[in-house]
Design a protein around this ligand. Sequence first.
Ligand SMILES: [Zn+2]
Length: 256
Amino acid sequence: MRSGMRSAVLRAIGWVDDAGDTSLHRIALGTDIVEFRVVRACRRSIGIRIGVAGVTVRAPRGAPLRAIAAALRTHAPWVQEKLAVWRTRRRDIVPARWIPGAPIAYRGRTLSLDLAPARRRNILVDRAAFSIAHPRPDDEPAVAAYGRAWLRREALRVLSPEVADLARRIDAPAPPIKLSSARSRWGSCNSRGEIRLNARLVHLPPELARYVVAHEIAHLVHLDHSPRFWALVATLHERHREARHELAQWAAALEA
Ligand SMILES: [Zn+2]
């Protein structure tokens, strides 16, 4: 039974996906204490990945922690160097200042903010620049407000076709979508079949945004995280495991 009075059941993708089999550890590398996450997987070797969220080690299911620690120590200089690079990238998603040269992430690419005077407001995105034309390019609050509003419209523009396309694949009518500014959710779906997507998905690579949409569309069928739910997600997004991992890294970057 569906009733407007009853509060809707909500399923949301949090900043950190707790459905993954990850665990956090610490190791001393040189003078640094480095946190790392271990992801057990069907694989033969130990793989180290450095992202904005830190260090992730992918290891065979049976590999002892001391073997993982040894691998990290062997590659300590590389790990520390990559971590330093990522630390500087953390702030580059949404501009802290809307001034020329500020970095901004658009659909996974880091662009440089470009401001120019113009009679009419306009935004153009190319391979390297996020160019804002504005009557008062030095009026930072006005430029910021215009830029943020444009990004919200852009989020709806790029996400709507994904929602329609993925809904079609489960033979469902495209659900109405609402944009959210939730601080700690990429998306959510409730028992009334309403989907909310975080406007900040516009900053992420298209493939990750598509995964969030696929996840919420799958909730139209299964409002849980059961094996049946994940099986459906897998048919809608082939690389969903990797996408979940990368999503957690972007979440950490947005929080930084
Ligand atoms: Zn979910």
